[in-house]
Design a protein around this ligand. Structure first.
Ligand code: SF4
Length: 270
């Protein structure tokens, strides 16, 4: 089995949702691209920041970054054929541009520039489970090597809600991948909220329990255990219309006057 961290995360939240998305490949809800649009564009900016080495000149860095955002947003609108409402694109672009000084100052204050920096690096980790070896793969947003050769691992968050989707298990997985590829465990690891200029560092402990949990998850996927797991996440599920358990959950949680019917809830950011 070849599986990514995102797939594992979906399975851990709801195996039935995993089955619909990755086994049956049912289409996602229309408009998903639009919801994640600005998060992806800001993520691309940070990638370009490191690839193009804009940090050499802080004034140029800022103007280059703003230019990049406009071009990238236009390019992505065309590729994804996003149908913006009146003024929507302009407002989104201004908000994305407001992240530029925060990104630049966080690089300085958190020492996120090293002797060597890697962005968007694809890595793998073999896991033996049930007698088979499976490959878990993931894309590391940023790995920084300081002059003393210590490594910093960063997962970028481009959404607007601070703390959302900050799963320490993701960092544990990526840290094990880094250890396998570079022969050393990262000295620090954290989530960087680009738009807030905030890095939250995480202690990566209990790695053996984490590895055992991974083994258990892979085993359940292999045995095709796809029972639904309901929760607040059902509100945003793309497959709610095909899921009686999820419909029951949202009906139970509905508050008079507050519509929780999926498809009517706006999700912002990636
Ligand atoms: S609606 Fe809820 S229980 Fe049903 S598939 Fe989606 S996340 Fe799972």
């Amino acid at each position: 089995m070849h599986i990514s961290y995102s797939e594992l995360r979906v399975y851990r939240q709801c195996p039935k949702c995993y089955r619909h998305r990755y086994v049956e490949r049912l289409p996602e809800k229309p408009g998903r691209d639009k919801l994640a649009f600005w998060g992806v564009v800001v993520g691309k900016l940070v990638e370009a920041f490191y690839r193009e080495r804009w940090w050499a000149d802080p004034i140029m860095a800022e103007s280059d970054a703003r230019r990049f955002l406009s071009a990238e947003a236009q390019r992505r609108t065309e590729v994804k054929q996003v149908d913006w409402g009146p003024g929507e694109f302009e407002v989104g672009l201004e908000k994305a541009k407001a992240a530029v000084p925060k990104i630049l100052s966080t690089v300085r204050t958190e020492r996120l520039l090293g002797a060597r920096n890697w962005v968007e690096q694809e890595m793998t980790l073999p896991i033996t489970s049930g007698g088979d070896t499976h490959t878990v793969h993931g894309r590391l947003d940023l790995l920084v090597e300081a002059p003393d050769r210590r490594l910093t691992l960063i997962d970028g968050k481009a959404g607007t809600t601070l703390g959302r989707r900050s799963d320490p298990e993701q960092l544990k997985l990526y840290a094990l991948m880094v250890e396998r590829h570079y022969g050393q465990f990262p000295a620090r690891a954290g989530f960087w909220w680009f738009r807030h200029g905030v890095v939250r560092w995480k202690k990566l402990t209990h790695l053996s329990e984490f590895a055992a949990g991974l083994d258990g998850t892979l085993n359940r996927i292999r045995r095709e255990c796809f029972a639904p797991v309901v929760g607040a996440h059902c509100q945003w599920c793309d497959y709610w219309a095909a899921c009686p358990a999820g419909q029951e959950q949202t009906a139970e949680k509905a508050v008079p006057g507050l519509n929780l019917i999926p498809g009517t809830v706006t999700v912002v950011g990636a």
